[in-house]
Design a protein around this ligand. Sequence first.
Ligand code: UDP
Length: 243
Amino acid sequence: MEQIEILDVPFSRLTDEQVFARCIEFIGAHKPHMVITAGPEFVMRLKSEPALRALVSAADLITPDGIGIVLASRWYGQPLADRVTGIWLTERLLSYAYDQQLCVYFLGASETSLQRALQVLRARYPGLNIFGRNGYFTPDQIETVLADILEVKPDVLFVGLGQPRQEQFIADYKERLGVPLAMGIGGVIDVLGGTVKRAPVLLQQLHLEWFYRLLREPSRWRRQLVLPQFAFASWRDARERRR
Ligand code: UDP
């Protein structure tokens, strides 16, 4: 089975390399596609705000971005091998874009953070067609944002406005923009530019990245309160489905 439904969100069972291969197919297909990388917070948000469920139908692929999703998959009796994170997929697509001379666009983060990321990426991938715009715009500026993306005509659009706003943006405008691959990337621009540090590799391997983020940004604890709720809800859902 290619998918596993966790609390009614269909997660792909593809490995990271298979997800990457699917993204390449999307880029080559010349019609708009949306990839969502989703963790427990996103699943719980959809559960409490049914209006957001349309995002699930608008997505072509939803990857498990969070150890919570991988652990929950075991309760459903269909264990996922690993996470497929937004940062991993972004990096993989960037080096592909560099090799294939594609054009990429980053929409999101503060102006300083965005410029830092663009600078880092231009140094790492000299000559890569890379554009961007910060993510702080008002509703009446949306037309200018869209016009800028339309002018650049990127092959890949990375949107880092935070969830679920980034997915809503893609769902609302993907047809108009006609970008073959658009994906929400949360705080990845901040990480690429070094504005936010990623957890040390050891903590990443121990799946304690969330804990590191909590220590660095204690204000996130409120957001993370949703994790035990997710654990309970998915355990109960899995039990009901397996009956
Ligand atoms: N952001 C933005 N515009 C806004 C609000 C947030 O561009 O109006 C950016 C913010 O600067 C950060 C990203 O969205 O780079 C959200 O990061 P976070 O780590 O909160 O995202 P998550 O992956 O948790 O959704």
